[in-house]
Ligand binder design. Structure first.
Ligand code: SF4
Ligand code: SF4
Length: 86
């Protein structure tokens, strides 16, 4: 019973504030940057969570920092950031 209450609170609270925990846990959602990335840094500069990690040539999204705001997807000039559901 306690577990049900805690789980309900967790899902309700997080769904009300962000899709992130619900989607990540229930749908295993994440963002993937595909190889056609041209390393323009636009996504990295606009990300409010600093969730785009790069070494200058390879880019990926930190699943635990990303809030799925979608800004990086909007600014990417080559449309290479994709939502993945495992
Ligand atoms: S969706 Fe938002 S938080 Fe996630 S990586 Fe893109 S800009 Fe950052
Ligand atoms: S905005 Fe797109 S092309 Fe530019 S660095 Fe990010 S993923 Fe790569």
């Amino acid at each position: 019973m306690v577990l049900v209450i805690i789980t309900s609170f967790f899902l309700t609270f997080n769904c009300a504030t962000s899709d992130l925990p619900y989607n990540r846990i229930m749908n295993h959602m994440r963002l993937e940057i595909t190889p056609i990335c041209v390393s323009c840094d636009a996504c990295k500069l606009i990300c409010p969570e600093n969730a785009i990690i790069s070494n200058g040539t390879n880019y990926h999204v930190d699943d635990w920092s990303c809030t799925f705001c979608g800004l990086c997807i909007e600014v990417c000039p080559v449309d290479c950031i994709k939502e993945i559901t495992n």
